[in-house]
Design a protein around this ligand. Structure first.
Ligand code: ZN
Length: 217
């Protein structure tokens, strides 16, 4: 269970970061990771981020059966389980209520690639999933469907975002870039019609990111 113990600490550390950065607030939003194929560690329901400790995390299997934990898991547990079941590559999920991205979720409009970091990281738009009630299985199915087999994030209509990754660090970077891109798009709309990046330019930026970003080996 060493992986699970480390996962408890990681989820708490990242929960504190998303709260500090305003991506989530009060008790809204939630995080999880999957340290083992059939095991997930998720934040509890209704406890403020700043109070969270590793011992507060809930450990469950992918059928939702609690193995460890004294609290109720996040009410969005079905969302996390549905995505993990559909996507073996996903090892971490961060569900935020960040402001600017939620503005797009309220308008039920995708966030198009308008900045180079958005194009590099996502290689396209972040879609808006169909509306469903928070915490419902229907919401979980809509989100998982909109995410598809290779998506990195979706907007939940009138609600927030869901970002996935091979690690919590990857999911967090996506949550940050989505929020930043949503803010920039909104401001640029005030200045006139924003110029979005074409599909061709977006693909080139994505390739650049995948092949050449970072330090040379
Ligand atoms: Zn939520």
């Amino acid at each position: 269970m060493k992986g699970v113990e480390k996962a408890r600490e990681e989820v708490v550390n990242f929960a504190h970061i998303v709260s500090r950065e305003g991506l989530c607030f009060s008790t809204w939003g939630n995080l999880s990771c999957r340290p083992e194929k059939d095991r997930t560690v998720i934040t509890p329901s209704g406890i403020p981020y700043e109070d969270l400790q590793p011992a507060d995390m809930i450990v469950l299997n992918l059928d939702g059966v609690v193995e460890e934990g004294r609290w109720k898991p996040s009410t969005e547990l079905p969302l996390h389980l549905e995505i993990y079941k559909a996507r073996e590559d996903v090892k971490a999920i961060i569900h935020t209520h960040s402001k600017y991205a939620t503005a797009f979720a309220v308008a039920r409009r995708e966030i198009a690639p308008a900045t180079e970091e958005m194009a590099q990281l996502f290689g396209g738009s972040v879609p808006a999933a169909e509306y469903a009630f928070p915490g419902s299985q229907e919401l979980a199915v809509h989100a998982s469907r909109a995410l598809g087999k290779s998506g990195f994030a979706v907007l939940l209509a009138n609600h927030g975002t869901v970002c996935v990754g091979a690690s919590l660090a990857e999911a967090l970077l996506r949550a940050r870039v989505i929020e930043r891109s949503a803010e920039i798009l909104l401001w640029s709309t005030l200045l006139g019609d924003p110029f979005l990046l074409s599909n061709g330019e977006t693909s080139k930026l994505r390739d650049l990111f995948l092949k050449h970003y970072g330090q040379e080996e």
